[in-house]
Ligand binder design. Structure first.
Ligand code: HAM
Length: 436
């Protein structure tokens, strides 16, 4: 039986056109992260499953992880997210490193999910994280990085919004105001995380099963109604949580100074499925009605290093997936066209004897940082221009019997249609015309 030509379910082959799109997405990510002084890092594809058990949360471990026992009886997993690897790496070096530590990476990750629009089994994810920044400035900076990244792709606040919450607020509501037990709080987090995806009846059924008294239930539903930063402030103050309210308020004041408040919206249902978050949590959402989904998720975590017996070092970061980003750019017509490759020049010869001179010219131009495509055999004139179009070049050279006899080429600028006869003994003049 013949083998299947298609890639494993939920993974993608990147043919040159798709790879060009991916290269563009990554180039903008790298440029933006580096413009904030973030340093690139990477880790291994495999980690011990224990690492994820310690921090990531039930859904990732029970339903999504790709795991196996290796030949040495170690239980390992393909990385489903980068944050545990990052924490492990930071735990090795943070004592000797000056703070804050600003790192970024674009790893491929695998999660066993049902493939659908915006969800695959292997995706690439930009991770930007800051460790050890003073006060709430790291949180503001990380949001700024995300905003400037979207702006670098040409997006504005009409295209996306950052839905934001603070786990300190959710904790205060559940534990202090509603007086929920630890177990009930855990269940409330899971319910809140699903609140927007289920019907009103299903929500009421789940809340009913938590075993809260009616007063606590009323508080819970009024918490779910909060939709502005002012609403939260009033709600917290009314429920004697002035301290939490003023901490959150000062964070919002910083976001105003960083000019990012217009992108932010309070959303009580954002608590994030991963267990390690302790402070602000956020998701960047596409505003387009055909693509209402999370493009990016992140938040602050205070205790990620504890599992390595290290002192707490607070951090904050986000992950942004390549699949959701591409859908976002496409649905808003923000993705440039990558149908054809981009090269500088196509060198052709119409007589077999032109090969040697062509190779020599190509070597010279490549040494001068040009992208040069050569015909490997004589090319008929009528095929030259269609080939040039497919190769995405700006210039073409031709060498027929006349030029060959005189050691010359014809150089044609495809945009201006200008054509020059040039001497192959004067390579510098050829280069000058191309670079002009
Ligand atoms: P996450 O919310 O699990 O967070 O993933 C972040 C983003 O990765 C999502 O918003 C989505 O764009 C993309 N993504 C996740 N799973 C898939 C999938 N199966 N297919 C396509 N795209 C996907 C984290 O992973 C955190 N570790 C992020 C983080 C970094 N928090 C702090 N630092």
């Amino acid at each position: 039986m013949a083998l299947n030509k298609l890639p494993y379910r939920g993974t993608r082959d990147f043919f040159p056109k798709d790879k060009r799109v991916r290269d563009y997405l990554f180039a903008v990510m790298t440029k933006t992260a580096e413009s904030f002084g973030y340093e690139s890092y990477d880790g291994p594809l495999l980690e011990e499953v224990e690492l994820y058990k310690a921090k990531s949360g039930e859904e990732l471990i029970n339903e999504q992880i790709y795991s196996f026992t290796d030949r040495g009886e170690r239980f390992v997993a393909i990385r489903p997210e980068m944050t545990p690897t990052l924490a492990r790496m930071v735990a090795q070096v943070h004592r000797e490193s000056s703070k804050p530590l600003r790192w970024f990476s674009i790893p491929n990750l695998m999660r066993y999910e049902k493939p659908q629009r915006g969800r695959v089994r292997e995706h690439w994810q930009l991770n930007c994280d800051v460790f050890g920044s003073p006060g709430r400035l790291g949180e503001v900076e990380i949001l700024q990085v995300a905003v400037e990244l979207f702006q670098a792709y040409g997006a504005s606040s009409s295209h996306f919004e950052i839905l934001l919450n603070d786990r300190a607020i959710a904790d205060a509501v559940f534990k202090t105001i509603m007086k929920a037990t630890g177990e009930q709080t855990h269940r409330l987090y899971k319910i809140v995380d699903k609140a927007k995806k289920v019907s009103e009846e299903a929500l009421q059924k789940m809340v009913g099963e938590v075993g809260l008294d009616s007063n606590a239930q009323d508080i819970f539903y009024s918490y779910l109604q909060l939709s502005t930063f002012d609403d939260v402030k009033i709600f917290l103050e009314k429920n004697n949580q002035a301290e939490i309210s003023s901490q959150f308020d000062s964070f919002i004041e910083f976001t105003k100074k960083a000019n990012i408040t217009e992108f932010l919206k309070y959303d009580p249902t954002i608590v994030r499925g991963l267990d390690y978050y302790t402070g602000i949590v956020f998701e960047i959402y596409d505003k387009h009605p055909d693509n209402r989904r999370a493009l990016c998720g992140g938040g602050a975590y205070a205790n990620l290093l504890q599992i390595f017996n290290e002192d707490p070092l607070p951090g904050v970061g986000f992950g942004l997936g390549d699949v959701t980003l591409r859908d976002f750019l496409e649905v808003h017509n923000l993705l440039p066209n990558f149908d054809i490759p981009v090269n500088d020049i196509l060198l052709t010869f119409q007589e077999e004897d032109g090969l040697e001179a062509t190779i020599k010219l190509a070597q010279f131009l490549r040494k001068n940082n040009l992208k040069v495509v050569t015909g490997l055999e004589a090319l008929k004139i009528k095929k030259v221009f269609p080939t040039a179009e497919k190769k995405g070049v700006k210039f073409v050279t031709l060498m027929g019997s006349d030029e060959l006899a005189k050691n010359q080429i014809q150089l044609k600028n495809l945009a201006s249609k200008e054509q020059h006869t040039l001497d192959l003994n004067d390579l510098e003049s050829i280069l000058k015309l191309i670079k002009a």
